[in-house]
Design a protein around this ligand. Structure first.
Ligand code: C2E
Ligand code: CA
Ligand code: CA
Ligand code: CA
Length: 274
């Protein structure tokens, strides 16, 4: 059983025992939170490497459990996917991100993570269209981040759906690139606007073989017309390395952790003054 909250709430105590019952309780709380819209989005800047200015923010979901405190997405997103709750949650995230981004200065874009499960639902394009029209956000200021698991199952219909989303003017990014089993083959199935190189490569970029892999991904991206983003850049050293290997956008704690919506505008102004 998880340690968090053990002393604060008896339902999560050892007495209940198993991981399974704890999961069931968390699922009930998740369901409840979906009904009450008990979630928030935080926004992490995506920085243009050459100019060191922000070009976009990635929306990342936050859930504060009434008793257990902050639950990381790595814990509740998989649960939401298994239970199908991700469909409602993802719809909320798209609407909320577009609504908040519509008030941002300039032509800042917002990137929203879309789960593979959302692609198994027929209504995704309509949800995106609704989120854009309700918020007034121009389609070219929305990016959808998908992982290659989206392309694994029923590639034909997913690729068709990606093309229709792209036809709306929305950009499509391939997230966590390099972590799957056959990443390269997915680049042939759909011409992504953006490839995000997974943090694990950036962490080890001091290693010559890893740097060579990053360089190769950049080369591939350039040939397919995709912009390359390095994820999880934490140090100046890593920043210099990813720039040297040709990444044109960076994201990571070096620039900022994900921020509450109220701090987006202030961050952009502050970075502009640096
Ligand atoms: P992701 O899409 O790969 O998002 C990047 C994750 O890396 C975020 O974790 C972010 O806070 C973290 N990160 C960013 N820069 C750094 C860094 O320099 N160092 C380190 N160590 N970490 C960094 P977070 O917010 O905990 O989200 C984890 C994952 O949960 C996301 O990975 C994404 O797969 C999923 N997720 C989050 N929000 C949503 C959402 O709204 N919808 C869906 N479907 N998935 C989401
Ligand atoms: Ca992402
Ligand atoms: Ca990622
Ligand atoms: Ca990830």
């Amino acid at each position: 059983a998880k340690k968090a909250g053990r002393n604060t709430f008896f339902f999560y105590d050892d007495g209940m025992g198993s991981e399974a019952s704890e999961r069931t309780l968390l699922e009930l709380d998740l369901r409840e939170a979906v009904l009450r819209s008990g979630f928030l989005l935080h926004y992490q800047p995506i920085v243009d490497a050459a100019s060191r200015t922000v070009s976009a923010f990635e929306a990342l979901m936050r859930w504060t459990h009434p008793l257990r405190g902050a639950i990381p997405p790595a814990e509740f997103i998989p649960l939401a996917e298994e239970t199908g709750l991700i469909v409602a949650l993802g719809t909320w995230a798209l609407h909320e991100a577009c609504r908040e981004a519509a008030s941002w200065p300039g032509d800042l874009r917002v990137a929203v993570n879309v789960s593979a499960v959302q692609f198994t639902q027929p209504g995704l394009e309509q949800v995106v269209r609704d989120a854009l029209s309700a918020s007034g956000l121009p389609a070219d200021r929305l990016e959808l981040e998908i992982t290659e698991s989206v392309l694994m199952s029923d590639a034909e219909s997913v690729v068709a759906s990606l093309h229709r989303l792209r036809d709306l003017g929305v950009r499509i990014a391939l997230d966590d690139f390099g972590t799957g089993y056959s990443s390269l083959s997915y680049l042939r199935r759909f011409p992504f606007d953006k490839i995000k190189i997974d943090r694990s490569f950036i962490r080890d970029i001091g290693n010559e073989e890893t740097a060579a892999i990053v360089r190769a991904i950049v080369g591939l991206g350039e040939r397919t017309g995709a912009t390359i983003t390095a994820e999880g850049v934490e140090t100046e050293e890593q920043f210099e390395s990813v720039c040297r290997e040709g990444c044109t956008q960076v994201q990571g704690y070096l620039f900022s952790k994900p921020l509450p919506a109220s701090r987006v505008t202030g961050f952009v102004e502050e970075l502009g003054r640096r």
